[in-house]
Design a protein around this ligand. Structure first.
Ligand code: SAM
Length: 233
């Protein structure tokens, strides 16, 4: 078997560690320094795609749909979101780490079919949270895959995204009928209950890392139903 070749490294802000991109034949891997190890591998992306398939299922015929994808990773969630929405849509992809976006413009782009070349994509380099504050009624779907689940594992500042404050802000940023979809390595009852208390209608779907096989991951599907109120208690 051929050896892994290192293609690049990137520092995660606030001493979050170092990301390394490696390639072996057609396989790509992104790993985090320290015990966490591999974060993404181009051989396993079904659950990343399902995040968009499930989170954008209501947008097939929704003209000018606006979708936020956080983060970019290997581009599978972004590419599946583009497949799920009409040609008039806008899909804003956020990633904290500029190098991750550069890698997707370079060698990594082929994995998901070069989604950054799609004219419907707007890139935000920075925290996805910046797109979700004071944006009332702006988005038809918000798709989050920035951590291992509803805890800021790779970046402690991400805890805000899953907090009562962050979840309320995301709720407000959605249009009526809009959907927040969150990827997680495992179910989390506390987070599901928090989503419900904020006013979302919640389903937790189990998805496999490869079609029909491999590890089971969870996707929280939280719908902003019309006429419900935010309850912060
Ligand atoms: C697990 S990967 C996403 C994988 C992606 N769903 C795919 O299809 O390949 C997580 C990504 O989120 C980015 N990230 C982490 N925290 C973020 C934040 N607060 N805002 C934006 N991007 C973030 C990381 O740099 C990384 O690229």
């Amino acid at each position: 078997m051929k050896p892994w070749i290192e293609l690049g490294t990137a520092h995660i802000p606030n001493d979050g560690g170092i990301l390394t991109l490696r390639q072996r034949d057609q396989e790509f891997s992104i790993s985090l320094s320290g015990p966490r190890g591999e974060l993404m591998n181009s051989r396993r992306f079904n659950s990343e795609q399902q995040l968009s398939v499930l989170g954008c299922a209501h947008l097939k015929n929704h003209e000018k749909a606006r979708v936020v994808v956080g983060g970019m990773g290997m581009g599978y969630t972004l590419a599946a979101a583009l497949d799920a929405v009409p040609s008039s849509a806008e899909v804003i992809v956020a990633d904290l780490i500029p190098e991750v976006v550069e890698w997707n413009r370079g060698p990594l782009g082929a994995c998901a079919g070069r989604p950054l070349d799609d004219s419907r994509v707007v890139v935000h380099i920075g925290d996805v949270g910046e797109l979700l504050v004071n944006r009332d009624g702006s988005y038809d779907a918000v798709l989050l895959d920035v951590d291992n689940g509803p805890e800021g594992l790779t970046h402690s500042d991400n805890n805000w995204l899953y907090s009562v404050e962050g979840t309320s802000s995301i709720y407000k940023s959605l249009t009526p009928g809009g959907v927040l979809a969150v990827w997680s390595a495992s179910p989390d009852t506390t987070y599901a209950n928090r989503l419900k208390k904020i006013g979302f209608q919640v389903e937790v779907k189990t998805v496999r890392e490869r079609p029909g096989k491999g590890a089971r991951h969870a996707i929280f599907l939280a719908k902003k139903t019309v006429g419900r109120r935010i309850n912060k208690t």
